[in-house]
Design a protein around this ligand. Structure first.
Ligand code: GLV
Length: 321
């Protein structure tokens, strides 16, 4: 069973070790950079499994280039980079890594929220630029976080982990979402409209789908308080970036913390000009321990499918029956 498994980008060694121990021949590029489309298409030709990263578009063309393929195991909870319908129709299982990155991503959501509310990045620049001459009673004043209202759109594992953390800040938590539970220990379910109107911080935790494209656009931003902040650690295209930039420039909302972008990795130049925005290069799950857990889970999912066993998480279970 010397099947080949292709890993699309270098990732924690544990994934390679697990796959090799299971008897697979593993190929992985040496370079951290994005593989070109041709490189990707060539490298999957005789692969039985692909361990992919969210930057690789796994569409019909890639699936067709790999006629022996049985599984694409994405090292991410989101799988909007994969054409699941095309994979399902070819009998290819799609796996993802929910659970292992929940708390790490919730922590980072709070890092962005705190950073933008208390102007941490502006303060860091101020000190580094040698501008700190005296303590000033009006210097770099931010907004309080404790005791405020936090609105969470999308109340799955990560949304709930963000809500749990709000308790320490004595916040009221509102949440919304079509699949959100009716009740929760950490918050109260409301309509999205009420959430937008009442929240001081709005944090997005929905997956990206056709139905969540531009879930937050001009109309929703207009509903928010002028003093409110938008935090996005979900997926860029959930927010209409042009509408967001206008809202930030016009003072329709107070600021934003963004870990994801509409046309990633391109960042709209309009965002980079604004002081009331904190930007990060899609780091939600980026800790050493969590990336190791994700890599191991992705490898285990892939091995399980190839061995005819139940993977820990499969997106299209029908193909395994
Ligand atoms: C990261 O964005 C993920 O989906 O895991």
């Amino acid at each position: 069973m010397n099947y080949r498994v292709h890993i699309t980008r270098p990732l924690p060694q544990i994934a390679v070790d697990l796959l090799e121990e299971a008897g697979y021949q593993v190929t992985v590029p040496n370079d951290d950079g994005l593989p070109s489309r041709d490189e990707l298409l060539n490298s999957v030709k005789d692969a039985r499994g692909i361990l992919s990263i969210l930057t690789e578009k796994i569409d019909k063309e890639v699936l067709e280039a790999a006629p022996d393929l049985k599984v694409v195991s994405n090292m991410a909870v989101g799988y909007d980079n994969i054409d699941v319908e095309a994979a399902t129709s070819r009998g290819v299982a799609i796996c993802n890594t929910p659970g292992v990155l929940t708390d790490t991503t919730a922590d980072f959501t709070w890092a962005l929220l705190m950073a933008v509310a208390r102007r941490v990045v502006e303060s860091d620049n101020y000190v580094r630029e040698g501008r700190f001459q005296w303590w000033g009673p009006r210097l770099l004043m931010g907004t309080d976080v404790y005791g405020k209202t936090l609105g969470i759109i999308g109340y799955g594992k990560i949304g709930q982990a963000v809500a749990r953390r709000a308790r320490g800040f004595e916040m009221e938590v509102l949440y919304s979402g079509s699949t959100a539970p009716e009740t929760s220990e950490w918050g109260r379910k409301v309509s999205q409209e009420e959430l937008l109107e009442r929240s001081d911080f709005v944090s997005l935790h929905v997956p990206y789908r056709r139905s969540t494209h531009h879930l937050i656009g001009a109309e929703q931003l207009n509903r928010m308080k002028k003093s409110a902040y938008l935090i996005n650690t979900a997926r860029g295209p959930v927010v209409d970036e042009n509408a967001l930039i206008s809202a930030l420039k016009n003072g329709d909302i107070a600021g934003a913390g963004l870990d994801v972008f509409e046309d990633e990795p391109k960042v709209h130049p309009g965002l980079c000009e604004l002081d009331n925005v904190v930007l990060a290069p899609h780091l939600g799950s980026a800790t050493v321990a969590t990336r190791e857990r994700m890599a191991a889970m992705a490898a285990r999912n892939l091995i399980a499918v190839l061995e005819g066993k139940e993977p820990l998480s499969v997106v299209n279970p029908a193909v395994l029956r």
